[in-house]
Design a protein. Structure first.
Length: 254
């Protein structure tokens, strides 16, 4: 079983590498569901991991839904070109139509951009699939489009709640595409995912850091929000997840 960690900093990528994760999804603003990381963050993250794991940047030019304008798509095409040129191992994309179907035209454009930048680039479809109307139908289309993996919670709010659908996805499509469980995934969920035949798990493994003190002034934070708070990768959670995956793999091999 592969372990992927969502990170928002070069330090987070370095932590994931040091603790034995197989890859990271690199993004910014996890509190918004994640958006495309900067080229500077990509470069710094590559330096911190020093080839110890794969880096897959999220390509999402804005928060919100997955219905993209022509301008949005053009922006993401440019993001794909630049981040793959910097050495990303693949990109994480997703787009839907207003009716909840796969936006095939947009996805084809993004795939073509990735293939032009790096013919061997891996393609991950993100949790937009969990907002789709028919996730199994979308999965079938993604296989036809040559996707490497799909990140999904099984069409539920959390991967734990979506276990039954995740297992069905793995049974039906696991030979053609990697089904990676993620979305509200906890350490306690990992054994059930392994038993269900999932080949990868995805965690944000984040914790909140705050330097809030008396007299802190809000700089645009919502009412009541801590203006000094930000998230970092929790080394202990990554270490525990890696140990759990290793133990499950070892037990299965016996």
């Amino acid at each position: 079983m592969k372990l992927e960690i969502a990170v928002v900093s070069a330090a987070g990528a370095g932590t994931a590498a040091a603790e034995g994760a197989h890859r990271v999804e690199l993004c910014s603003s996890l509190e918004l569901g994640g958006i495309t990381p900067s080229q500077g963050l990509m470069e710094a993250s590559m330096e911190h991991v020093d080839g110890r794991l794969e880096i897959h940047p999220l390509i999402r030019c804005r928060p919100g839904d997955f219905r993209y304008s022509a301008s949005d798509v053009d922006t993401m095409v440019h993001e794909i070109r630049h981040l793959l040129a910097q050495g990303a191992h693949g990109v994480v994309v997703g787009a839907l139509t207003p009716s909840g179907d796969l936006d095939v035209h947009t996805i084809q454009r993004l795939v073509e951009a990735a293939r032009a930048a790096n013919p061997g680039a891996q393609l991950t479809f993100h949790r937009a699939i969990d907002q789709s109307k028919e996730p199994l139908a979308v999965l079938e289309q993604l296989v036809e489009l040559g996707f490497t993996r799909v990140l999904t919670s099984g069409h539920e709010a959390t991967a734990g709640a979506g276990l039954k659908t995740l297992a069905a996805m793995a049974e039906r499509f696991g030979g053609a595409v990697e089904i990676m469980a993620g979305g509200g995934l906890t350490l306690e969920d990992i054994p059930a995912m392994h038993a269900a035949g999932l080949s990868a798990v995805h965690l944000s493994a984040k914790k909140t850091v705050s330097t809030l003190g008396d007299g802190a002034i809000s700089l645009g934070a919502q009412d009541g929000a801590d203006p000094t708070a930000y998230t970092v990768t929790d080394r202990e959670v990554v270490r525990a997840a890696k140990a759990m995956v290793n133990a499950l793999d070892l037990a299965a091999a016996r």
